[in-house]
Design a protein around this ligand. Structure first.
Ligand code: 0O2
Length: 221
């Protein structure tokens, strides 16, 4: 591909990116509604924060050529599934599965793939729940089905992943074995912390329910 063609592809790509921006907006709205409704019903917030991003045209082109696919918009749509990405951070592991279930149940969302790196962590210790969702985007003259990758993780998993990401790039993907081992240990510690926090949270809820029942009984006496 010559410079002229590459320039043309970049311009076309910017237009093509619009549908991903709309898909991000749509899924972000869905998440916000779920968050507000959950807070209203259960009186607590399962989502700590939500971050979304569109992959830059440069990094899309880099990824497609690294993977050895055609440099065309059709090939990009078919082969790069994380152009639109949303990361949801939750306090507890159980919240991750609740949010995931609520999203998957939505009628206009098609679940393309679920990768559960919490039940099956990566060898380096990476944990997160990845959902590849497809949503319809209603344009003036057509409907486009657009993919959005949603990563759901706890605060501890997110802390680990952001440090690992920094180390990975600092060492240009050749991380010294000592750091690899330490990261693996840290992932284990983060996982234990998540489990402990979940137990404490559950106990607290049980105590809350018990107090509520006792108060009700006192009122009846
Ligand atoms: P960025 O900059 O976060 O977008 P793919 O490479 O997406 O075609 P893969 O590897 O099977 O295929 O996808 P997977 O496993 O669903 O992981 C994709 C994304 O998950 C990555 O995107 C990261 O955001 C995150 N991720 C996966 N594994 C790791 C890991 O070991 N450490 C960290 N820190 N993050 C991970 P990108 O495109 O790599 O990066």
């Amino acid at each position: 591909m010559d410079m002229q063609q590459l320039k043309y592809l970049k311009t076309e790509l910017a237009r093509f990116m619009m549908s991903y921006k709309f898909a991000l907006d749509e899924v972000n709205t869905k998440i916000d509604i779920l968050k507000q409704e959950f807070h209203y019903i259960h009186d607590y917030n399962p989502i700590e924060h939500v971050k979304s991003r569109l992959k830059s045209p440069e990094s899309i082109l880099k990824k497609i050529s690294k993977k050895g696919y055609d440099l065309s918009l059709q090939s990009i749509r078919e082969n790069i599934k994380d152009i639109a990405g949303i990361r949801i951070t939750c306090s507890f592991i159980s919240d991750i599965y609740k949010i995931s279930e609520m999203l998957q149940k939505q009628k206009d969302i098609e679940v393309i793939e679920v990768k559960d790196y919490i039940r099956n962590p990566k060898r380096n210790g990476y944990q997160s729940l990845h959902l590849l969702l497809q949503v319809p985007i209603f344009m003036s003259d057509r409907v486009e089905n657009v993919c959005v990758e949603v990563q759901i993780r706890t605060i501890a998993m997110d802390f680990w992943a952001s440090l690992e990401h920094k180390i990975y790039y600092k060492y240009n993907k050749e991380v010294p074995q000592k750091l690899v081992n330490e990261l693996k240990e840290a992932a284990e510690t983060a996982s234990q912390l998540d489990k402990k926090m979940e137990r404490i949270h559950k106990e607290m809820n049980e105590l809350k329910a018990l107090h509520a029942t006792e108060e009700k009984q006192e009122l009846l006496i």
